[in-house]
Unconditional design. Structure first.
Length: 201
């Protein structure tokens, strides 16, 4: 396999990139000027080396001032008692752009598959349970994509947290069906997210 083929295979792993598009990227890189390629390479390396992971929500951030927590989780002007469970960093960005959520977030990073053996360990729900048991969190809203894995994950999280509803006065809800079946949170518009949050149940 040639270097061109090797790079094509790597680029195909990017979300939404097929073989032909990956090939076009390879040939673009071959014709790009040296300064561009040097800058691209440097930014990719810096992105990996400078990233931080929030100790609560698990969001990727690059803030060096806020310590173990990301700027959102450490922002005292937000409602610290509410937690929105989302899948990935791009979902966080979409909610923040829409301005419809004023609480904290909790990223699961990937929805649970129907055949997954031990989802609890990967979802790291213990840190969310600890926040509930300490009295810091009194409301949890799941905001996962409307597809089979997202719905199964929502059901799993709700079932895992249900024992805390009575013992810690916890409120658990999910986004309303303002989102159509098959919808990805990442691509939902602000009005849809707002309606889905307002009508959560």
């Amino acid at each position: 396999m040639s270097k061109i083929d090797d790079l094509q295979e790597l680029l195909k792993k990017l979300p939404g990139i097929g073989p032909r598009q990956a090939r076009r990227f390879v040939y673009f890189f071959l014709s790009a000027d040296e300064n561009y390629m040097s800058r691209l390479s440097s930014l990719i390396n810096d992105l990996r080396s400078d990233k931080k992971i929030c100790s609560f929500c698990r969001r990727v951030h690059f803030d060096s001032i806020s310590g173990e927590l990301c700027p959102t989780c450490s922002d005292t002007s937000r409602d610290q008692s509410k937690v929105l469970v989302i899948e990935k960093n791009s979902d966080f960005e979409n909610f923040e752009r829409s301005g419809v959520w004023d609480g904290r977030y909790f990223l699961i990073l990937k929805n649970v598959g129907l055949t997954e053996d031990d989802p609890s360990a990967r979802l790291q729900l213990d840190r969310l349970k600890t926040s509930i048991e300490s009295g810091q969190t009194s409301e949890v809203v799941t905001a996962l994509s409307v597809n089979p894995d997202g719905e199964y994950t929502t059901e799993y999280i709700h079932k895992s947290l249900t024992p805390l509803v009575k013992s810690h006065n916890l409120s658990i809800s999910a986004l309303a069906r303002g989102l159509s079946t098959g919808s990805e949170i990442e691509y939902a518009d602000s009005e849809t997210l707002k309606n889905a949050l307002e009508n959560r149940k």
